[in-house]
Design a binder for this molecule. Structure first.
Ligand code: FE2
Length: 134
């Protein structure tokens, strides 16, 4: 359903991952819209959904990395932790009303996600596709 919501150039050819990335981008776009409307309660709900969705998605990737003995596992995992920290910092700022530029922050998270997919996830996908037998 949401695979097509992944920007062109960020599809990995593994539908499980592409679909979950699509959902992350969809939630990010909705978050951007909520910020644009200054709808703080909707923004908080979307940040929480993005946090849950991203945690589950990262767990899937990390499980695949462990099962297939992926050599870049540690560095990739640190990147995931970094995104979750960014989301939680944004959440705290929204809760306390101290977010300076929420749209800029949401865009920064979107750029981070796109860049992560195009580098870390693309390398992982290439490895998984080359070690598909198990
Ligand atoms: Fe990843």
């Amino acid at each position: 359903m949401s695979e097509t919501e992944v920007p062109e150039g960020a599809r990995l050819g593994i539908s499980e991952l592409d679909e979950e990335h699509g959902l992350q981008f969809r939630l990010l776009r909705a978050l951007r819209d909520a910020f644009a409307r200054s709808d703080r309660s909707q923004a908080l709900e979307l940040i929480d959904r993005l946090d849950d969705t991203s945690n589950m998605h990262f767990l899937l990737e990390e499980t695949l990395m462990i099962r297939r003995a992926y050599p870049g596992h540690q560095a990739h995992r640190q990147e995931h932790d970094h995104l979750i920290e960014k989301l939680r910092a944004l959440r705290s700022a929204v809760v306390s009303g101290s977010e300076a530029e929420p749209l800029t922050e949401a865009d920064a998270v979107g750029r981070w996600l796109l860049s992560h997919i195009q580098t870390f996830d693309r390398a992982l996908a290439a490895y998984l596709l080359a070690h598909r037998s198990r």
